[in-house]
Design a protein around this ligand. Structure first.
Ligand SMILES: CC(=O)/C=C/C=C(C)/C=C/C1=C(C)CCCC1(C)C
Ligand SMILES: CC(/C=C/C=O)=C\C=C\C=O
Ligand SMILES: [Fe+2]
Length: 567
């Protein structure tokens, strides 16, 4: 983006947002009109000396954070919530940020981050972190300068909520309350057809090999194309195949040459492994995995690949048809914990679709696999698959720990359940054990026994790798509050922490031409408890801060991001 266009951007305030369903050019005010908020704003007003004059939308005096939560629970510390768990202040903003430190000149491109940043409709507050409407954040780096922006994703679910001032689609934990029996039957029919499922693509954002940028969630209809420069919602990504199904893994494996994902089959428990090539909207089946346990497939938020194999996890936390139908959330939302059904890892050959190995593994809970690779013996023969994940010690309580009330009620007590880097070793020899191993890849105390939201050098996808970046913990805390660099050879971690800071997933960007795995930068966005927030750049090798740039106001927590290099 050319800096000369900043005044044009400033003039673009309140540009009409493109509707997905409603093609009329409705003006979308930059502030939220969802009901009256009675609480006092606690965001500091932007200090002009913190940025050059480029913000396209200034906070409206009528906008304040939403009320705390439902009556079911309230924040225990009495004060306003941490901004990480407070709805975004306004619909959109764009501006250049003043940089402290030095952005490397080689860093040219756009970091995009997605996440559920708006957790209320009028006076109605959502319950769970995953329920919020998607907020996309952009950090554009060029010539050592940084232009930032955020904008709400105009999903059908978000537009309907704005229009009708109520929840209209089934979110992760929330479901519209049917007003009568007929409406209930309609809801059920909508669930089976997928019509009532959300398209709120709030989990991640990926750049396909053909340049299209797609926001994603776990519902297939929640695949939405955006413009990475303006963050405008361009329309739904329609899969042109006839594979059907309603859900998929939230984290496809995306490279310049392919898009791989898993489609859970809830009717005949199993997973389809599918592949789509750049320029196409058609997924083709590589193969199918039949589940080995339980009444339904295990939840697959993510999965890893090696150079020749797709690793399909079968977690004992399984989708649950009855819970899908319920209007009120159950303790495990749409899932059920079935330890008796056991846990498995299946290994599928990427070229033939054949299952080359399927082993029982210790019970585990993970949202995020980190990476996987083929382990060779001295003769170069592949003997095992190594697959790493952020593992929550087979404890499902993390899911409930991500309720907004839990996140908002930190009172100094250490409530974050322990997590580790779980390293699976899946033997490949035919005469090898029927069991796979699962052990911590390094002492979890190295990263404060908090572990999630991971990245690594993408040039090492599916290959033996040494470093990963993630969020860890400095206790006491109720949520991961550090950035951590993991060294799987030395079995050590380097940690970054600031009191009261909630950092989002560190994304590693390799320096073009680098030969060392950790030669690059790590990008994260920090929300501070005082209502401020900043973009942070750490050196990928030393893990020292190299630059930071303050936003006009703190942004809510975000989940996953991607890097779009400047063409
Ligand atoms: C934000 C995040 O990480 C996960 C979001 C998950 C969502 C929105 C899941 C939605 C679902 C439904 C609305 C019904 C079907 C099951 C399931 C995929 C869990
Ligand atoms: C933020 C998170 C877990 C943190 C716990 O340590 C999980 C997010 C999952 C979805 O993307
Ligand atoms: Fe995720």
């Amino acid at each position: 983006m050319a800096y000369t266009s900043l005044s044009a951007m400033r003039n673009s305030i309140c540009l009409p947002n493109m509707a997905l369903s409603d093609k009329s050019n409705k003006h979308n005010e930059f502030c939220f009109s969802f009901g009256n908020h009675k609480s006092t704003p606690f965001f500091k007003s932007p200090r002009s000396d913190h940025f050059t004059l480029t913000n396209v939308a200034t906070p409206s005096p009528s906008v304040a954070p939403p009320p705390s939560d439902r009556p079911e629970t309230t924040a225990t510390h009495g004060g306003p919530h941490h901004p990480a768990w407070t709805s975004i202040l306004q619909d959109r903003w764009e501006g250049e940020l003043l940089v402290q430190g030095q952005i490397p000149l080689w860093l040219k491109g756009t970091y995009l981050r997605n996440g559920p940043g708006l957790w209320h409709i009028g006076d109605y507050n959502f319950r769970h972190l995953f329920d919020g409407y998607a907020t996309i954040v952009k950090l554009h780096f060029e010539n050592g300068r940084l232009v930032a922006a955020h904008r709400q994703l105009e999903s059908q679910a978000y537009q309907a909520a704005k229009k009708h001032q109520k929840l209209c689609y089934r979110e992760f934990s929330e479901a519209p309350t049917p007003s009568n029996f007929l409406a209930y039957m309609g809801e059920l029919a909508g669930l089976f057809s997928g019509a009532s499922l959300t398209d709120n693509a709030s989990t991640g954002v990926v750049k396909l090999g053909d340049g299209r940028v797609v926001c994603l969630t776990e519902t297939q209809k929640g695949s939405i194309v955006i413009d990475p420069d303006t963050l405008e919602t361009l329309g739904r990504f329609e899969y042109s195949d006839t594979l059907g199904g309603l859900i998929h893994s939230a984290h496809p494996i995306v490279t310049d040459s392919e898009f791989l994902t898993l489609l859970p089959d809830l009717i005949r428990p199993g997973y389809l492994v599918v592949r789509m090539v750049p320029g196409s909207n058609e997924r083709k089946v590589i193969g199918r995995v039949n589940c080995r346990g339980g009444p339904a497939p295990g939840w697959v938020h993510s999965f890893p690949v090696t150079e020749h194999y797709v690793v399909v996890p079968e977690m004992p936390l399984r989708y649950c048809a009855q819970n899908l139908l319920r209007a009120e959330p159950t303790p495990l939302y749409k899932f059920e914990w079935h330890p008796e059904s056991k846990a498995f890892i299946h290994v599928m050959c990427r070229s033939s679709g054949r299952i080359v190995r399927s082993v029982e593994v210790p019970l585990f809970i993970t949202f995020h696999f980190i990476n996987a690779y083929e382990e060779e013996d001295e003769d170069g023969r592949v003997r095992a698959i190594i697959a790493d994940c952020c593992e929550h010690n087979a404890d499902v309580s993390i899911l409930d720990g991500l309720r907004l009330n839990s996140l908002r009620s930190f009172n100094g007590q250490d409530t974050l359940p322990d997590a580790r880097v779980g390293r699976f070793r899946i033997p490949l020899d035919v005469d090898a054990s029927e069991y796979g191993e699962l052990e911590a890849a390094l002492d979890p105390d190295e990263h404060g026994r908090g572990m999630d939201m991971c990245s690594f050098n993408p040039n090492y996808l599916g290959k033996k790798y040494r470093y990963a970046y993630a969020c860890g913990a400095q206790r006491p805390c109720n949520f991961p509050n550090t950035l951590t660099k993991l060294d799987f050879v030395e079995k050590k971690a380097k940690n970054w922490h600031e009191e009261g800071a909630v950092p989002s997933e560190p994304l590693f960007v390799a320096r073009p031409g680098a030969t060392e795995e950790d030669d690059g930068v790590v990008i994260s966005i920090i929300s501070e408890k005082n209502g401020e927030g900043y973009a942070l750049l750490l050196d990928g090798s030393s893990f020292e801060e190299i630059a930071r740039a303050k936003f006009p106001y703190a942004l809510p927590y975000g989940l996953h991001g991607c890097w779009v290099p400047k063409r």
